[in-house]
Design a protein around this ligand. Structure first.
Ligand code: AHR
Length: 532
């Protein structure tokens, strides 16, 4: 009984606080309640330079990502290599700077040698990760060609599941050594005279997962990753390496895994990876939109672990974070159980995203920006057809999912320096989270263009948020545009008909360095300010 009374009092205090933060506003003669949030932004309060690679993505040999996704010979819009030009254009629109390849779980059973040389001689193999058949029509060289076409660099993963040090060092030699050695000369004989110069490499994938081909303990993985990394850097000292962190923060070995792996690999690697996927399985919107807080906590924990190992080793080197798989993933779980095993490029992981997913993706992007000082690489998993912002129809058009928009806005306008905004927002509690701010926001300053962009999500389900932002250090700036993604139906998708698309009629104005913006209930906002 005592506990019950306490909870109720807390709830009452919470509700009163929320009401106090609401004021009465009047516009166009009507009177309505307004929820207010404040923000102070100063150009000298910097989190850090944003590494453009945080807008990376991922193409795995999985489902229809490669075949029927980026590559479809015979498609009316194919190029001379059979790549879909409509898909290339959409990837260019997203300005994706880096693409992880070829997996994912796939890489842990992949023989990279199967994917080079004359296509007619390449073997068909069983892909045990996804129980499909891999034809190997696309391999390393073709993928590098495609990445050049879209303007992205490749983040190459090596197989530390079924293979190890030797295959990894040979692939680095094949890709990056200029000439005069067995593997570099083989590349040249395959028609690629110039080295690919691939800069970032992943040392395996999710090696802690029981589903992974060649799963390892942290000790086993730490040792092989250290040796593979050491030898890969002997072949090409200019490369950067990503060690596998936990598959997600709910793994039983999370934290110990990172500490042990970094203990072994600290001197050889540059990044530790993080992966996370969320889903609205219980159809609980408030709780679903709060998941970005889990992502934030995950990032903070991994930074703490990496810095603990740094301190333990008395090292001067800082390990950065590569959040190389993140997204919403749950819509397709049931359909995937119906796929016939060993088919070629079946429709696996084809989540059709809703408007509410786009809001969470927006909040996840904001979370990455808030950690721009430590998260240097991040990959939206994935890019085409497989849990992706871009979908294709065989022989038909390519189309943009709802999540395409926040990802594109962040990638296009989120370049420069991330600023440390002082945010004060009313909050709510949900099933798994307490003190969830209704306002999620990140601020980016692109000094050379004299532009500032505010990315903001209002998570309130019924009220618009009145944002009052002190931006007096940005003298002479005015609002260039206020882009809004909003929809009455949280479950609206773009399948069949483009319903979830942004408009440019956001309501914001700046007067003497004080910005006032109206953030519609459940909306993603991009407020762009500049001097021109
Ligand atoms: O992105 C889909 C899969 O999710 C990847 O193959 C794997 O690394 C993760 O479990």
């Amino acid at each position: 009984m005592y506990v019950q009374v306490n909870i109720n009092i807390n709830k009452i205090i919470y509700l009163l606080t929320e009401r106090l933060e609401m004021g009465i506003s009047s516009r166009k003669g009507e009177s309505f309640m307004t929820l207010t949030a404040t923000m102070v932004v100063d150009k000298s309060f910097k989190i850090g330079e944003i590494d453009k690679r945080i807008y990376g993505s991922f193409i795995e040999h999985l489902g229809r990502a490669v075949y029927e996704g980026i590559y479809e010979p015979g498609h009316p819009d194919e190029d001379e290599q059979g790549f879909r030009k409509d898909v290339i254009r959409l990837v260019q629109e997203l300005q994706v700077p880096l693409v992880r390849y070829p997996g994912g779980n796939f890489v842990s059973g992949y023989n990279w040698e199967d994917g080079v040389g004359p296509v007619s001689e390449r073997p068909k193999r069983l892909d045990l990760a996804w129980r499909t058949t891999e034809t190997n029509e696309i391999g390393t060289n073709e993928f590098v060609d495609w990445a050049k076409k879209v303007g992205a660099e490749v983040n190459m993963a090596v197989n530390l599941g079924s293979r190890g040090v030797d295959a990894a060092r040979n692939l680095v030699e094949y890709c990056n050594h200029p000439s005069g050695s067995y593997w570099s000369d083989l590349r040249i004989s395959h028609g690629y005279k110039d080295p690919h110069n691939i800069k970032t490499w992943c040392l395996g994938n999710e090696m802690d997962g029981p589903w992974q081909i060649g799963q390892k303990t942290a000790e086993e993985y730490g040792r092989v990753a250290a040796e593979a990394g050491k030898v890969m850097k002997l072949v090409d000292p200019s490369i950067e390496l990503v060690a596998c962190g936990s598959s997600n923060s709910k793994m039983a070995t999370f934290a110990d895994w990172e500490a042990t792996v970094l203990d072994h690999t600290y001197d050889y690697v540059d990044y530790i990876s993080l992966h996370t996927y969320y889903g609205n399985r219980d159809d609980d919107l408030a709780n679903y939109l709060a998941q970005s807080m889990d992502m934030d906590e995950f990032i903070r924990s991994v930074i703490a672990i990496a810095d603990y190992v740094k301190a333990k080793k008395r090292s001067k080197k800082t390990i950065h974070l590569s959040f190389d798989e993140w997204n919403v993933w749950f819509h397709s779980n049931e359909a995937d159980r119906q796929i016939t095993p060993w088919s070629v490029a079946p429709p696996l992981l084809e989540d059709i995203y809703t408007f509410e997913d786009a809001l969470l993706v927006g909040s996840m992007l904001i979370t990455l920006l808030k950690h721009a000082d430590r998260v240097k690489i991040a990959c939206l998993a994935q890019l085409v057809n497989v849990i992706a912002p871009i979908m294709t129809e065989k022989g038909g058009p390519a189309w943009k999912q709802a999540i395409f928009y926040p990802y594109m806005h962040a990638s296009v306008y989120g370049r420069g320096v991330a600023l440390q905004a002082q945010i004060s927002s009313p909050k709510y509690d949900s099933k798994d989270f307490t003190d969830v701010p209704y306002l999620d926001a990140a601020v980016v300053h692109l000094e050379e263009a004299e532009e500032v962009t505010i990315f903001a999500v209002n998570k309130h389900q019924t009220e618009s948020l009145n944002l009052q932002c002190d931006m007096r250090s940005f003298e002479g700036y005015h609002v260039l545009e206020h882009i809004v993604l909003e929809h009455e139906n949280m479950k609206a998708t773009n399948q069949g008909r483009e319903q979830v698309t942004p408009h440019h009629n956001g309501d914001s104005a700046i007067d003497q360095g004080r910005l006032t913006a109206n953030l519609a209930k459940l909306s993603w906002n991009v407020i762009r300010l500049g001097k021109k």
